[in-house]
Each structure stands twice: as C-alpha cells, then as structure tokens.
Design a protein. Structure first.
Length: 220
C-alpha cells in the first residue's frame, strides 16, 4: 500500500500495524489511536494541501540569533552535545527556514549540513551517511512516518545518534484543546511508548534526557 492517505485510514502510519481505533473528533478532524505503538493520527481528510502547509511554515519566525528560540532548541542540543565525540559530521533533517540548531551544534565543534524539502532541498546530502541526525519539530508533520524513519536509519552510520524533539502526547483529556493539536500541520502525535516501539523495531538504544526529547543510537 503506497498511498499515504489510504495507509493512514487503514493502519498506523508509524508502526504499519492494523487495528487503528477511533479516538476523538475535534471540529471537522477525526483522530485515531494505534493500540500497538500508541501514536495518535489525524485522518487524512483533515490534512492540508502541500501549498497550505508551506504557507503555515512560512509564518514561523525562527531567527538564528533569537535567544528564546535558542533556549527552546537547547532542550535537544545540550544532551546531544553530551554524547557526541568531538568533530562529528551531522545533518539537520527538516531544518526549516532558520537553521539555528545547526549553528548551535557548530558552535559545539561539529559540522552540520542542512536538509529541508521546502527550504533546503539539497538531495545530495541524502546520498551519504552521517555521524548524527537531528529532527526538531519534524516528525509530527510526516504523512508516512515509518518511511522517513527507515530513511533516517539508512542515513546514520553504525554507532550514530538520532536526536528528535516533538511534544509528547500524554493527557487524553486535554487533547482537544492542546496547543500542539491546534497546529493544522501536526498530523501525528507520539508518546514515549511510540519511540520505544520504534527503538525495538530498528534495534536502536533509546534515552529520554529531557521532556519531549529522545536520543536514539544505531548499533555500532
């Protein structure tokens, strides 16, 4: 099944298991829960078109030197710098229009390339492997997450690190009014359980050093 819209209606787009259950309808959007990995998925009928998504992303004002934005990114940067050997080469996957994360990691002594299908569409960086990858505020936008996680696994060298930051979905009673759900480009919501499922599937080790941050390591 190759159509991501049909996939998300019939089975979980994160773990690709059947058995999605209706979870909640909010306004015109239906959400379903995967009993296998715990992910919550928006029905594809609620997805924005590609131009609509791009218009929302263009509204983000994430400046490289913005102290507030750098503090926010520090939730991932600080624990990642704590595990990386000196002088590593990494890729900021889904870096967006303001690649502050790459600048912060480069200040820590590493080299960071950029990739974003909307803002830095350099497919050449996808043709090699990297010591580390970062995905901040990316995985919640993915139409077919498992396909991207397989791609990320292939982009990592043995022993490499994958750092992900996304708001974990923890409280079902607050889901309808949750600020993260109200972003119309957010279509997949992860729990710690979801990342533990992915770690088992790929054979990655996993740690959760901060709220909403996971570090995953590919076996050496």
């Amino acid at each position: 099944m190759n159509d991501p819209r049909q996939l998300a209606r019939s089975r979980c787009s994160v773990c690709e298991q059947d058995g999605l259950r209706d979870f909640l309808r909010v306004d015109a959007r239906q959400y379903r829960r995967c009993p296998e990995c715990g992910a919550t998925l928006m029905d594809p009928a609620g997805w924005l078109s590609a131009p609509e998504e791009r218009a929302v992303y263009a509204l983000h004002d994430n400046q490289v030197d913005d102290p507030g934005y750098r503090k926010f990114l520090g939730k991932l940067v600080e624990p990642l710098l704590g595990v990386l050997p000196p002088g590593q080469q990494g890729l900021d996957f889904g870096c967006g229009p303001g690649p502050a994360l790459a600048a912060m990691l480069e200040s820590g002594g590493h080299r960071v390339a950029l990739y974003d299908p909307a803002f830095f569409p350099d497919d050449a960086v996808l043709g090699r492997q990297w010591d580390f990858l970062t995905c901040t505020e990316v995985v919640e936008h993915l139409h077919h997450p498992m396909a991207v996680f397989r791609q990320l696994d292939g982009l990592l060298r043995p022993g490499g690190w994958l750092g992900i930051m996304t708001c974990f979905q923890t409280d079902d009673s607050r889901f309808a009014n949750w600020h993260y759900r109200r972003d119309p480009t957010h279509i997949v919501f992860y729990r710690e359980q979801t990342f533990r499922w992915l770690a088992r599937y790929f054979g990655w080790s996993l740690s959760v050093p901060r709220k909403d941050v996971v570090l995953l390591r590919k076996p050496a």
